[in-house]
Design a protein around this ligand. Structure first.
Ligand SMILES: [Zn+2]
Ligand SMILES: [Zn+2]
Length: 157
């Protein structure tokens, strides 16, 4: 995580932006959470981290900054924010897998999906400006747990 923070700092400096204390703290919390957080959840975590009450705008502005810089993503389907661990990479061919059981989300590369969307749009004379592809379902971890508990029940003879 220290590495990710240092990399974020370097990236911001390179762009002439500053990773201020609150921006840094917000990014650190998202990294630490390891799963998407709502703005409200982040606010609560920041309050206990910085040990002082914060007004909601205090969290929205740094979040906006993080999203602009690509350090975090805002999931359209759940309005939650997740840290990006590869902010310097291109994000054209990305698919977000959002788990509705645990609230976790994963970014995966999906070039074929983007190609298909771009092709379909252009065949309708539509010019694509912005695209976020998200799918909802159950993640591998949650599936495993369901399988296990299902197996336990079955094993009870
Ligand atoms: Zn990302
Ligand atoms: Zn899950």
């Amino acid at each position: 995580m220290r590495k990710a923070l240092a990399a974020a700092e370097a990236m911001c400096a390179q762009r002439g932006e500053r990773l201020t204390e609150i921006r840094r703290a917000a990014y650190a919390e998202l990294l630490e959470a390891g799963q998407p957080l709502s703005a409200y959840e982040l606010l609560q975590r920041l309050q206990s981290r910085l040990d002082k009450p914060l007004a909601p705008p205090t969290v929205y502005r740094p979040l906006e900054f993080l999203v602009q810089q690509g350090l975090a993503h805002r999931l359209e389907s759940t309005h939650a924010f997740m840290a990006c661990d590869h902010p310097a990479d291109h994000h054209h061919q990305v698919l977000y897998l959002v788990c509705t059981d645990c609230g976790g989300a994963e970014e995966v590369r999906a070039p074929a999906v983007d190609g298909l969307i771009a092709q379909t749009a252009s065949s309708h004379g539509f010019v694509l400006k912005r695209q976020v592809t998200e799918v909802q379902g159950r993640c591998g971890d949650c599936n495993e747990q369901t399988d296990k508990s299902g197996g336990d029940q079955g094993g009870g003879r």
